[in-house]
Design a protein around this ligand. Structure first.
Ligand code: ADP
Length: 290
């Protein structure tokens, strides 16, 4: 089982003729609402990769639909609490050129307490994985509890914050970053990836695939991406990470977990949308990308 401490957002899309300027009032021509948040995306990916996903998170009373949708997608939602605050949301403006501007309000995601996380992890064992990202409160507390239980601890350091990474580094077994985050990490912490106190470091490289650094063995391997025509790269990293951790939880070796993550990521970039369009194992089989 993967216990995923993660954000749940309402993604509110607004089509606009151009992005807003300061002081401007603008009418949107099209609106839609979708399930989003890095945490929710990863839980959906884990479920679609045929592993058990227990989502540890929070919404407000306006977010019941999001919890229902996670449940429909096969995620265990019993550790999602309803708090007396607004559900996290992202206001996403997309203009006619496809350029976007995004405003995020974390809401309930940053109101998660250690007490709640501890009670959710009460059912976890050392067979299980603990996954988290940088969009909720309780990251240090969660990682500390999970590590003490002997769980394997995986952190996707996004959105990147050097202080947040530093605080959880000693508890991590696996760190997943994209190319930009990898650069920020080495610049801001002044340490090479291979010298981090984390056994496995995975750097995703978009259309260039990914790199796996095993600091124990002192090895580094690059895996080319699966060639596809990308139309929307939103959620590619979340999908990759969800499939990677799900595969490891199912007992597969790292190379196979990376391969599944890359196949899912490649399919994801050929689709428009986020959580709702994350591929499943059958899509991967049908696509025969590997
Ligand atoms: P993030 O969304 O966090 O920036 P990346 O863009 O690095 O993450 O993408 C994560 C993974 O998704 C990559 O390692 C790769 O496997 C896959 N992927 C992303 N973009 C492409 C692409 N253009 N073609 C094929 N695979 C891709």
């Amino acid at each position: 089982t993967v216990f995923n401490l993660g954000s749940i957002n309402a993604d509110l899309f607004y089509r606009v003729p151009h992005l807003l300027a300061p002081g401007e009032t603008l009418a949107s021509t099209k609106h839609s609402r979708g399930l989003g948040g890095k945490g929710a995306n990863m839980s959906v990916a884990i479920a679609r990769a045929a592993a058990r996903a227990v989502h540890i998170g929070a919404v407000g009373s306006d977010g019941r639909w999001a919890v229902e949708r996670l449940l429909e997608y096969g995620v265990d939602t019993r550790s999602i609490v309803e708090l007396d605050t607004v559900t996290g949301h992202a206001v996403i403006m997309v203009d006619d050129q496809g350029e976007n501007a995004i405003l995020i309000h974390p809401g309930a995601n940053r109101a998660l307490t250690e007490t709640h996380i501890a009670s959710a992890l009460g059912a976890a064992s050392e067979e299980d994985f603990f996954l988290f990202q940088n969009e909720t409160s309780g990251q240090v507390e969660g990682a500390t509890l999970a590590s003490a239980r002997g769980m394997r601890v995986v952190y996707a350091a996004a959105p990147f914050d050097a202080k947040a990474v530093e605080a959880v580094l000693p508890m991590l077994d696996i760190l997943v970053v994209n190319a930009v985050e990898a650069q920020q990490l080495t610049d801001e912490l002044g340490v090479a990836l291979a010298d981090l106190p984390v056994r496995d470091v995975i750097v995703t490289l978009g259309g260039d695939g990914c790199r796996w650094i095993n600091t124990d063995e002192g090895t580094e391997q690059t895996f080319p991406a699966i060639p596809v025509t990308a139309v929307d790269t939103t959620g590619a990293g979340d999908t990759f990470t969800g499939f990677l951790v799900a595969a490891l939880d199912r007992g597969l070796p790292m190379e196979q977990a990376i391969s599944l993550g890359q196949q899912a990521g490649a399919i994801m970039v050929t689709r428009h949308g986020t959580a709702d369009v994350i591929p499943d194992l059958k899509d991967i089989q049908d696509a025969r990308l590997a």
